[in-house]
Design a protein around this ligand. Structure first.
Ligand code: G3I
Length: 391
């Protein structure tokens, strides 16, 4: 798999035809019968690690109760896909919109699950008011830092004892040269914005698990920077407890060998590892990662090649998807003592962000449930993987 994360302006796409796959390791879609007992997925993972799902705002607003019921039945951890990001929860200074986050906590408490607060500090989906004065000019470091701390205090404080885990800082590492991404927070506060964010979250809820979350930090090109960053924070006695490996992968070649090294190396620092945003895309792309600022531009001819499954997912691809997710979970289960949680970044394929990234308007199939909310072969393959190991 090309490790390059840079996009060509107009990608030259070579689409490998789906390989003819053995059908012995995963139940193909056509053989998954309605009567096949679908026991709650969380039961298989109990005592190993929490199995979670990202919950869309549509679900929180009652527009997808079918998926919400799947969350209550199958998952014991929930993450707000968007509802708790700064732009959604404090769109204007002092104006908080907690209704959706409150609903997420209610869903979790109804189903015995736990909540992950995603995310307190990010360069995306963060309103400009954090960084600008009334005159539109950049505020001083002191003002920006005070706003960062006030946001965290208000949000973490509201859910103290009810949300036990926070993605405190998201995607602070630069994909290009240098350690830190040139974000508005870095420009406004300085390099210590990360440490200050973790300290503020810890002060607001000393019992919460505090996570640094990022994409591609399992990969050889970026993992050293992530290790450097968390070591710096640990050396400064910053209260950081876990690293979140987002894991936005594709079936062509999920980076499991590099992920194993990452789990070993982050664990060696005394940190828990969370797999925070797992999805396994089946569509061809040369892009790897989740830098939302990047998009692929496609001609209609390329779209035909890049978007091959608009009429449904061929069984052999569904089987391969199940096998690749099983391989991933076999690795996670091997390190279940080091991993606290594995969260799928969505419930059903129809709601996945990958239907619009890196190309808008595609039909991807990255998750455990199909658009009809039926469990896919991947659901059964990871359930079998979990049932095959002890606690
Ligand atoms: O809510 C508005 C809606 O009112 C409007 O009509 C619509 C028109 O485009 O946009 C809606 O907002 C969208 C939002 O999701 C809620 O659906 C934004 O455009 C869209 O950009 C946003 O995408 C989210 C993305 O983060 C934003 O960066 C994805 O759903 C979400 O899955 C994705 O998740 C991120 C993680 O938080 C961090 N790691 C990477 C991951 C993937 O980018």
């Amino acid at each position: 798999m090309n490790k390059s994360i840079l996009l060509l302006a107009v990608p030259i796409v070579v689409v490998a035809a789906p390989l003819a796959m053995s059908r012995n390791s995963t139940t193909p879609m056509s053989e998954v019968t309605e009567t096949q007992a679908v026991t709650p997925l969380k039961n298989a993972f109990k005592g190993k690690f929490r199995i979670g799902a990202a919950v869309s705002t549509a679900m929180l607003q009652g527009q997808d109760d079918g998926s919400t019921q799947l969350v209550k039945t199958h998952f014991d951890s929930v993450t707000a896909e968007n509802a708790m990001k700064p732009a959604e929860i404090q769109p204007r200074e002092g104006e908080f919109t907690f209704a959706n986050a409150d609903k997420l906590v209610e869903i979790a408490e109804q189903s015995g699950g736990s909540v992950v607060g995603h995310t307190l500090v990010w360069h995306s989906q963060t309103p400009g008011w954090f960084f600008q004065g009334k005159d539109g000019q950049p505020v001083t470091r002191e003002v920006a830092l005070a706003r960062l701390q006030a946001h965290i205090k208000a949000v973490v404080g509201r859910y103290k004892g009810r949300i036990k885990e926070w993605d405190v800082v998201n995607e602070a590492i630069n994909d290009g040269p240098g350690l830190l991404r040139q974000t508005p927070w870095l420009k406004a506060v300085g390099e210590d914005y990360l440490a200050e964010a973790f300290r503020a979250a810890h002060e607001a809820d000393p019992d919460a698990i505090l996570v640094y979350n990022d994409y591609n930090i399992e990969l050889d090109y970026k993992r050293p920077k992530a290790l450097e960053l968390v070591k710096k924070l640990l050396d400064q006695k910053v209260p950081i407890h876990a690293v979140g490996i987002q894991s936005h992968w594709r079936i062509e070649n999920p980076p499991l060998a590099e992920t194993e090294k990452a789990i070993q190396e982050f664990s060696a620092l005394g940190l828990k590892v969370m797999i925070t945003e797992l999805d396994m895309g089946v569509l061809p792309t040369r892009y790897q990662g989740a830098d939302v600022s990047r998009r692929e531009a496609m001609t209609p001819e390329q779209m035909a090649v890049m978007n091959p499954y608009t009429k449904g997912l061929p069984d052999e691809v569904a089987v391969k998807h199940g096998e690749k997710l099983k391989e991933a979970f076999d690795l996670f289960l091997k390190y279940r003592k080091n991993i606290g949680r594995v969260t799928l970044w969505g419930v059903n394929d129809g709601h996945s962000w990958l239907n619009n990234f890196p190309v808008r308007g595609r039909t991807d199939y990255p998750l455990l449930f199909d658009r009809a909310l039926k469990p896919k072969p991947a659901f059964f393959s990871i359930q079998k993987a979990a049932e095959a190991v002890g606690k």
